[in-house]
Design a protein around this ligand. Structure first.
Ligand SMILES: NC(=O)c1ccc[n+]([C@@H]2O[C@H](COP(=O)([O-])OP(=O)(O)OC[C@H]3O[C@@H](n4cnc5c(N)ncnc54)[C@H](O)[C@@H]3O)[C@@H](O)[C@H]2O)c1
Length: 389
């Protein structure tokens, strides 16, 4: 099968949990060169995924004429600049979200994309999550979405990546802005955002289609609570999705009431959860996360875990959680692999991809910053129709 030759810049967290394993198994992609400024990580990843070349200098990767496409997964402070440089070197670019910290930097990527005519995909992978594709199909067929609620909550935001307080709306909620625009096929008309404390927020959005949506975003949940939940009220009924694994329909006599979606196989981890999620759906998800959380809690507090004597050995628990158990955040299928493979296929066919593009990255950024303005002023912020040109 024909495949696109890729380079990867930034072999950190998301690259190790998704892009490296996915590039090594995506049918239409071949990873030729991995790049990271951390030499130890670079060598480890090169060896683990049998990547032919490794370099600490991204410019040498960009000057390789055989490489047609680049995945940029450094951090948001440099992703826009690297994307522009890669576009100007003639590469197609899959860049992680958020495209940039400022809307101005996102607009520069939009301009470079137009100037070079290359494709840009922004890592809003939820557009490719199998459960969400099905939810969108049902919502459309049942008269469209009128009211949507989305919860995105986790504990690891507090574990720290060095972000200042109050920017979760830029780094995490950007995913949901993009998802809601995609689900409704509509632009946001207004945003309101209120917080109880930094990074614990409620947002209300109105759409040009007439739909309204609310987003609960919290960096104060615990890891036994599955991270995301989607609820859509359509013209004739409702659809819910529990953390990407279980879709339920309500009010439609002709539809399956429950559909289950296998999770995401992680090459390093035990894989049975994929089949558990497929056969038991949300019940398995809750049980897996509760088990891991209980073990971790018991080890940290030095108390027996449920049904166990004596307290678990903290080193064993750490090994289990970090190396063996299904990954807290990456066990469910949020669409990372199909997003990347679709991008590669479109490059091969020279067809515009369905991935979120540079303009979608800019739209998400404008919405994040509108939400911050709303939070700061207490006012509803109305979006212009043509901010992205
Ligand atoms: N789509 C998703 O589900 C998802 C999930 C997590 C993170 N992300 C996004 O992915 C991006 C990366 O996040 P992360 O958690 O992997 O960060 P990270 O800090 O773990 O990894 C970034 C890597 O880039 C490397 N790097 C930095 N500058 C470089 C340079 N000039 N050349 C080569 N390598 C360089 C670093 O050494 C590091 O290994 C962020 O924008 C983040 O928001 C997306």
């Amino acid at each position: 099968m024909e495949s696109v030759v890729f380079g990867l810049i930034g072999a950190g967290g998301i690259a190790q949990s998704q892009h490296l394993p996915n590039l090594s198994r995506a049918p239409h992609a071949f990873l030729k060169t991995v790049c990271d400024v951390r030499e130890d990580v670079l060598r480890q990843m090169q060896q683990k995924y049998s990547v032919p070349h490794a370099t600490a200098d991204y410019r040498s990767l960009l000057s390789d004429p055989e490489i047609r496409a680049v995945v940029v997964a450094t951090r948001e402070d440099m992703q826009a600049a690297l994307t522009i440089e890669a576009l100007r070197a003639g590469k197609h670019v899959y860049v992680e979200k958020p495209l940039a910290e400022t809307s101005e930097a996102c607009a520069d990527v939009v301009a470079a994309q137009r100037e070079t005519g290359r494709f840009v995909a922004v890592g809003f992978n939820r557009r490719f999550a199998p459960a969400y594709r099905k939810a969108k199909e049902i919502a459309r067929a049942e008269g469209g979405a009128w009211n949507i609620h989305y919860r995105i909550s986790d504990e690891y935001w507090r574990w720290g990546k060095g972000y200042p307080p109050g920017v979760r709306v830029v780094h995490e909620v950007c995913h949901i802005f993009d998802l809601l625009r995609w689900l409704t096929d509509s632009e946001v008309a207004s945003v309101y955002c209120a917080q109880s404390r930094a990074d614990d927020e409620s947002l209300v959005l109105t759409f040009r289609s007439g739909c309204v949506a609310s987003i609960m975003s919290s960096g104060y949940a615990t890891m036994d609570l599955p991270k995301e939940r989607l609820e859509i009220i359509t013209e004739r009924g409702a659809v819910t999705v529990e953390d990407f694994v279980e879709l339920r329909t309500f009010g439609f006599a002709h539809r399956e009431p429950v559909l289950r979606f296998a999770g995401h196989t992680h090459p390093d981890r035990e894989f049975t959860h994929k089949y558990l999620l497929e056969s038991e759906g949300a019940a398995a998800l809750f049980a897996l996360r509760r088990l891991a959380w209980t073990l971790r809690y018991a080890a940290e507090a030095n108390v027996p875990a449920e049904g166990q004597q004596p307290p678990p050995d903290p080193r064993e628990v750490r090994r289990y959680l970090n190396e063996t158990s299904p990954h807290w955040n990456y066990m469910v299928d949020k669409g990372w692999l199909p997003a990347l493979d679709h991008f590669a296929q479109c490059i091969l066919r020279n067809e515009p991809p369905e991935n979120a593009g540079a303009q979608d990255g800019l739209r998400a950024s404008l919405l994040s910053h509108a939400a911050i303005r709303s939070r700061d002023t207490g006012a509803v912020v109305f979006m212009d129709g043509d901010e992205t040109g």
